[in-house]
Design a protein around this ligand. Structure first.
Ligand SMILES: [Zn+2]
Length: 483
């Protein structure tokens, strides 16, 4: 009897308790809490958090410990780690012979690590395509080695055309003899096998051998050179070592009770540039600030949950790696989603929100750039404006949505991989500054009061999107660029 009565009392007291409102909940986001997290994330111990390094793993371990502490669910098969592997090529020995005559690297020919897959090429004929080669050419070049001459425009255009037409390789006869090979380690990639296309440059003097010459031709002689097939022997071999870089995104979520198959994502990248020449690149703003923001927003939602708040749809907190290597952690997620992308209502991506753009002309203590929100859903900008009018009161600057803006920020952070899959996105950004991608991007330059305003605004927006009745509609015309 007594027990029963107690249980009854307990139930009524829960039912009568006031469920926390968004304004009260957002007060858990403070400059002090943001600073506490960023002090760890941007510390020397994290060694600049380069993808695939010890520093990155330490940062991931910190994030996972926080999500666990907040009682959030692990996002990937019971794990907070969503592992993936990057592959990185290191060039080894290379050999080039034209008509049996060996060429010397960095004197007779130049290679570029991004464009030299491990390969062996052997042929007794080349096709000389001259100076104005493009992919409109009607000659069948499949499997052939093409030789072009260099002009002022970027050689890569010719190389891309050659690849598109199915050629085996392209050799460019250099305009000058003052080239430098770039044999630094190639950028890491997600695919185990390289898809890069063999391309190198030869000097003008050595290059004449490609078309049967024995001395260097003049520019005019090259210009008059008949296009077509030349019987030339080429032997080219490149050795390469491919290294594996194990990495991981960190993923946690707060489960919904009602719309259990719908998701809102809040993301940042926790990787940065690591250590170069012994110097740590701390990445306090890029993107320690966004990462501290995601953790703090997660803690505010977790705190709200303790006070009766249940989101209508699941809220996923994801910190990706590999961003500085080419948005690779988010690309991996978009290619291997844990939660269906068509049921992902939006991705709110936070990348650099702790600083002030020195060129900002408005109230620099009260602004944030919002990027990409109008491109996929007509709902998102309305929601952003409504939340800002009610509680944010920030200057929302949308200048970077101008398709003519040369910075192309819309393409330069992780939300873009969600956009490519048709998920509505919003990118929060403070603009760049002199410490951008410098070792001097350190925590003492962060403006935590401004950051608090921005992060509360993002939290309010997330709350609105997580609790509204409908998913964001996808009603804007989407093309292959995700615009
Ligand atoms: Zn960044």
């Amino acid at each position: 009897m007594r027990k029963l009565l107690l249980a009854f009392l307990l139930i009524t007291s829960i039912a009568q308790a006031q469920v926390i409102d968004v304004t009260t909940a957002s007060k858990a986001i403070t400059a002090a809490v943001l600073k506490e997290h960023l002090s760890v994330i941007a510390s020397a111990e994290m060694q600049g958090r380069e993808t695939g390094t010890e520093g990155e793993r330490k940062a991931a371990a910190y994030l996972m410990s926080q999500y666990k502490k907040f009682n959030l669910k692990a996002g990937y098969n019971g794990n907070y780690r969503l592992p993936f592997t990057l592959y990185k090529d290191e060039l080894g020995k290379s050999e080039l012979k034209i008509n049996g005559e060996p060429a010397t690297l960095d004197q007779d020919y130049w290679m570029y690590s991004a464009n030299v897959p491990a390969s062996t090429l052997k042929t007794n004929a080349i096709i000389f395509v001259g100076n104005d080669f493009n992919d409109k050419i009607t000659v069948d070049v499949k499997g052939k080695i093409l030789v072009a001459t260099e002009n002022e425009e970027n050689s890569m255009r010719k190389v891309m055309a050659a690849q598109k037409l199915g050629a085996a390789a392209m050799i460019i006869v250099a305009k000058t003899n003052t080239n430098t090979s770039n044999l630094a380690t190639a950028r890491p990639r997600l695919a185990a096998k390289s898809t890069s296309f063999p391309y190198f440059k030869v000097s003008k003097s050595f290059g004449s051998k490609l078309v049967g010459g024995s001395k260097a031709f003049s520019d005019q002689e090259w210009a008059d050179m008949p296009k077509g097939v030349y019987s030339t022997n080429i032997e080219w071999s490149v050795e390469q070592q491919t290294k594996e870089l194990p990495s991981a995104d960190v993923i946690a979520y707060m489960p919904a009770k009602e719309k259990t198959d719908e998701y809102l994502f809040i993301t940042s990248h926790y990787d940065h540039e690591g250590i170069k020449n012994g110097v740590i690149y701390y990445g306090a703003d890029d993107d320690g600030s966004g990462t501290a923001s995601v953790v703090t927003i997660a803690s505010a939602f977790a705190n709200a949950a303790k006070h009766g708040f249940v989101p209508k749809r699941n809220i996923v907190f994801m910190n990706v790696s590999g961003e500085e290597k080419g948005l690779l952690g988010s690309k991996y997620y978009a290619e291997h989603p844990v939660f269906p992308l068509e049921k992902t209502t939006a991705d709110l991506n936070i990348d650099m929100v702790g600083r002030i753009d020195p060129t900002y002309t408005g109230d620099s203590n009260n602004y944030v750039y919002v990027i990409g929100e109008e491109k996929i859903s007509s709902d998102l900008q309305k929601i952003t404006n409504k939340v800002n009018n009610e509680v944010g009161h920030l200057e929302l600057d949308r200048r970077f949505n101008d398709p003519k803006d040369p910075n192309r920020f819309y393409y330069r952070s992780d939300h873009y991989n969600f956009a490519l899959k048709g998920v509505p996105v919003l990118f929060y950004f403070n603009g760049t500054h002199k410490d951008y991608h410098q070792p001097s991007d350190t925590i003492e330059k962060i403006n935590f009061d401004l950051m608090e305003k921005r992060v509360r605004f993002i939290f309010n927006t997330a709350w609105e999107i997580a609790t509204r009745d409908e998913m964001l509609k996808r009603d804007m015309p989407l093309d292959m660029t995700g615009r």
